[in-house]
Ligand binder design. Structure first.
Ligand SMILES: [Zn+2]
Length: 258
């Protein structure tokens, strides 16, 4: 739907009021306003570092050292990032009973930091790291301290196994339970708010498609166009940090049970 900004807000607020089950699906775009760059964007980390696949990480000490050099640069930015107005508005919608779950492609933990619960992390989290052999796990800050103390490839203090952040690397399979939960929500929701994803990374990008196929309304809040904009009832190209707080206010004005 085209229309002015206030018209699109009203239409979306009406969809929110009618919906019984609302789910948000978020990508890197929601966190750029927290100062976190989209890794795929120009100037992003992935332009300056080669991508180390999961298999390379397992096979080669040199690849592991390369991987951790990139992480050492990335981790302080992730630890310093704070939730922005968009994260806050989603948490507020949940408190109002107008949002049941957040499915995210992000690994930054900012939805939980804003107060959201029922957050499904499709690509894992960068806030913890685990031993690939024994499963022991640490806050990422503890691993960062070891990197900064000069360790090139940190190993498990318990069994000597390889440590890796709890994120899904290229070539590593997606967390099966998270994926199952995401598609379950997609099939049962009647409104999905898709925020800040290019919908290019599979299989996560299929989540909004499955929702649409199951009869859910879609609202896209995204700075760029996607291949699936035609499926959305409403598209916003305005910043999520503006749209979502406005949406909370517009929805509240008429009351939750209009
Ligand atoms: Zn271990």
């Amino acid at each position: 739907m085209a229309g002015t900004y206030p018209e699109r807000l009203e239409t979306t607020a009406a969809l929110l009021r009618q919906a019984r089950t609302v789910v948000a699906f978020t990508g890197a775009g929601i966190s750029t306003e927290s100062g976190l760059i989209d890794f795929r964007s120009p100037g992003g980390l992935w332009e300056r570092y080669r991508i180390v696949t999961f298999q390379e990480f397992l096979d080669s000490e040199a690849a592991r050292a390369e991987y951790w050099r990139m992480r050492r640069e990335l981790i302080p930015a992730l630890l310093a990032a704070r939730p922005n107005a968009a994260h806050g508005a989603l948490a507020e919608l949940q408190r109002l009973g107008k949002l049941q779950a957040v499915i995210t492609q992000n690994i930054d933990g900012l939805h939980q930091a804003a107060g959201s619960t029922e957050v499904i992390e499709l690509h894992g989290t960068n806030l913890r790291a685990s031993c690939l052999s024994c499963g022991r796990s640490w806050p990422i800050a503890a691993v960062q301290a070891r990197l900064e103390a000069g360790e090139a490839v940190p190993r498990c203090s318990g069994c000597g196994g390889l440590i890796k952040p709890d994120t899904v690397s290229f070539g590593q399979s997606m967390p099966e339970q998270a994926l199952t939960e995401a598609f379950d929500w997609a099939r049962c929701c009647d409104l999905m708010l898709m925020i800040g994803s290019s919908l290019e990374v599979q299989p996560a990008a299929r989540v909004p498609l499955v929702a649409a196929e199951a009869g859910s309304n879609l609202v896209f809040i995204n700075r760029t166009v996607t291949a699936y904009d035609h499926l959305a009832e409403v598209c916003f190209s305005e910043a999520a940090g503006r749209v979502l707080p406005d949406l909370v206010r517009t929805t509240e004005i008429a009351g939750p049970n209009e």
